[in-house]
Design a protein around this ligand. Structure first.
Ligand code: PMP
Length: 397
């Protein structure tokens, strides 16, 4: 008989030759337990998903309660479903300028919907994205990626996409009156924690205002408190036109959304049925999301996330560490070298600490733990990272 490991490799489609293959039987808070009883501290939160830890009791309760009432009823937008209404209403109180929420199932779908909305509303074709950005891998979102490694083999992609350099003021002039939208992550995940300067974000907003291009904020990785504010655009005293969210939104359940003003969103209804989804805004996911958001809103995000960022920055001092990029609890430890980074990541894993690298920055280690990780857990984990860096350093001498 084949083992579960063998069946995994045989029947669950793989996207790399070297999957991590941790066989997890339980996840609670910041701890994952594998089939042999070995415990791991999760310093990446399933890539910025489990912002309030795994299996938060309030989320589990909400899931159970909703599953016992009803699950899927009807394709999106036809029936009044209380979990959707409650969640959309709560989101609208947080971002009142974006009082209309279109629920989907994932981040990439949130981007697809945002792009379609921008094109329909403006009647324009050109889409602008930034170099080395990651916005998902469905065809539209993939078209926002300039990186040939990920896109070759899938052409032709969406025509009419142009790429700008991030934090480059001159490039903003490429946004013109034929531009439907500009998609931006103000604090960029997959490039390894690159932060938009305040002035750049301001000028970007101004240029969009001047040309009538819509500004789409991808808050899929940065949202729900990860950078120390509920959404990363909130660091910049500006409002995007469309906000794309997913990942931590569901407290561990699959859900995404894009939010805009009612006026903007209305263009999907004229002509009718401008965007459709069967499962988007699944009632169980909405119930989980509502419970999770309530918990995040009760946290003193600014204080807590900033304090933990400081803890990491002062604990991770080592000759192999060139810099620590990013903001809040979306941090990128730059080891300046992919092999060294991989070696340290593997050593950490062996010692029960889960970290990761970044798609466009393989030399940087990802630290993005649940936001409610305890200080002691975080400082213990940092000590292990330093110890692994020491071992790696010693091995190189
Ligand atoms: N945008 C950003 C910034 C992301 O980090 C991701 C996922 N890593 C996505 C979009 C796509 O989200 P999903 O995997 O849910 O489709």
């Amino acid at each position: 008989m084949l083992t579960q490991r063998q069946l995994f490799l045989k029947h669950v489609a793989q996207t790399s030759e070297t999957p991590l293959m941790l066989e997890i039987v339980k996840a609670e808070g910041v701890t994952l337990t594998d089939i042999n009883g070995k415990k791991y501290i999760d310093l990446i939160a399933g890539i910025s998903v489990s912002n309030i830890g795994h299996c938060h009791p309030e989320v589990v309760k909400a899931v159970k309660e909703q599953a016992e009432k009803y699950m899927h009823l009807m394709v999106y937008g036809e029936y009044i479903q209380s979990p959707q209404v409650k969640l959309a209403t709560l989101l609208a109180t947080i971002v009142p300028e974006h009082d209309s929420c279109f629920f989907v199932n994932s981040g990439t779908e949130a981007i697809e919907g945002s792009l379609k909305l921008a094109r329909r509303f403006t009647g324009r074709k050109k889409i602008i994205a930034f170099r080395n950005a990651y916005h998902g891998t469905t065809m539209g979102a993939l078209s926002l990626m300039d990186n040939e490694y990920f896109t070759k083999g899938y052409h032709p992609l969406l025509p009419g996409v142009e790429f700008l350099n991030f934090n480059d003021f001159d490039d903003l002039n490429k946004i013109d009156t034929s531009t439907a939208c500009v998609v931006v992550e103000f604090i960029r995940g997959e490039v390894g924690g690159e932060v938009a300067s305040f002035d750049f974000a301001k000028k970007l907003r101004e240029r969009c205002n001047k040309t009538g291009a819509l500004l789409i904020a991808d808050e899929i990785q940065t949202g729900f408190g990860r950078t120390g504010k509920l959404f990363s655009f909130m660091h910049y005293s500006l409002q995007p036109d469309i906000i794309a969210i997913a990942k931590a939104m569901g407290g561990g359940m699959p859900i995404g959304a894009f939010m805009a003003s009612k006026n903007l969103m209305q263009s999907f209804a004229n002509p009718a049925l401008g965007h459709l989804t069967t499962f988007g805004g699944h009632p169980v996911s909405c119930a989980a999301s509502y419970a999770s958001l309530q918990i995040i809103l009760q946290m003193d995000l600014e204080r807590e996330v900033a304090m933990k960022e400081k803890l990491i920055r002062s604990a991770l001092v080592h000759p192999l560490i060139k810099s620590i990029d990013g903001k809040g609890l979306l941090l990128a430890i730059d080891f300046g070298n992919e092999n060294i980074n991989q070696m340290i990541i593997q050593k950490c894993l062996a010692k029960g600490i889960i970290t990761d690298w970044f798609l466009f920055a393989p030399h940087k280690m990802r630290i993005a733990p649940p936001l409610n990780i305890k200080e002691q857990e975080l400082s213990d984990a940092c000590k292990i990272i330093v110890q692994c860096a020491d071992e790696c350093n010693a091995g190189m001498k």
